[in-house]
Design a protein around this ligand. Structure first.
Ligand code: NAD
Length: 261
């Protein structure tokens, strides 16, 4: 636990399920008041809020699409009106849709880039504006992926978006280091969330995925939210502009591993 997180206020995009939900629940457990976001599933969102409130935490939600200008500002306004301030902004919302590149519809490309990369930009911009104007030494965390470095055939737009998130994170971190605003990314490997539902429900595919991961374990959302808690805490006070990989070794060129000799 990180006692310094108690009473802080965090905004987390795409937090009705998966990793975003786990980050919300972990932050709430640390005593962070959370402003959550969902696009359509109000029931799911309410369930997350009820769960947090039942364990003594404070949570509110704002509906909207991260790709649209204005949502991030609305979430920060909500943080200020409900909890008095905003300290931590987590750009988590992300999507993937499989397509061969030579057949990829422009709409598909745009949806991935608009959500994963432009959505991150819009969140980062709004958070920076708030932090700079209020002279807050805030914290920004962007959900990247191992595909910020591992090529991903069939999802080339996804890999492009996460590669973009990586360099955007580093550049922003450098630009705002003098303001003591920390900006980092997390690169999850294969995590058991709704985004991977199809793979998780197909025993053959699941086995194949486990075989690919050096530790042979598919990750849990809690193993990612633990990194998000550490990055928000003072324990990481000297860490900025980096990506923390939590991937069971997936980014270590597994084909060079001892089992492939
Ligand atoms: P998920 O599909 O389970 O959850 C994604 C959340 O984002 C959902 O709540 C969804 O409604 C929301 N969302 C999607 N598009 C949105 C939009 N335009 N506006 C607002 N909300 C939107 O996925 P997840 O696995 O929890 O993924 C979370 C993040 O982690 C994503 O950025 C994803 O790319 C990244 N990631 C996931 C994995 C994995 O294996 N699960 C691996 C690497 C990176």
């Amino acid at each position: 636990n990180y006692p310094e997180l108690k009473g802080k206020v965090a905004v987390i995009t795409g937090s009705s399920k998966g990793i975003g939900r786990a980050v919300a629940e972990r932050y709430a457990k640390e005593g962070v008041h959370v402003v959550l976001n969902y696009r359509s599933s109000e029931d799911e969102m309410n369930e997350v809020i009820r769960g947090i409130e039942a364990s003594g935490g404070k949570a509110v939600a704002v509906k909207g699409d991260v790709a649209e200008e204005g949502l991030a500002e609305k979430m920060i306004e909500k943080a200020v009106s409900e909890f008095g301030k905003m300290d931590i902004f987590v750009n988590n919302a992300g999507v993937q849709v499989e397509a061969k590149t030579h057949e990829m519809e422009l709409d598909n490309w745009k949806k991935i880039i608009d959500t994963n990369l432009t959505g991150t930009f819009l969140g980062v911009r709004a958070a920076l504006k708030y932090f700079v104007e209020h002279e807050i030494q805030g914290n920004i965390i962007n959900m990247s992926s191992v595909h910020e470095v591992i090529p991903r055939p069939g999802y080339t737009h996804y890999a492009a978006s996460k590669g973009g998130v990586k360099m955007f994170t580093k550049s922003v971190a450098l630009e705002y280091a003098p303001n003591k605003i920390r900006v980092n990314a997390i690169a999850p490997g294969a995590i058991d969330t709704p985004i991977n539902e199809e793979t998780m429900q197909d025993p053959e595919e699941k086995k194949g995925l486990e075989a690919l991961i050096p530790t042979h374990e598919i990750g849990r959302p809690e193993q990612i939210s633990a990194v998000a808690a550490w990055l928000a805490s003072d324990e990481s006070s000297y860490v900025t502009g980096t990506t923390i990989f939590a991937d069971g070794g997936l980014s270590l060129y597994p084909s060079f591993g001892p089992e492939n000799k």
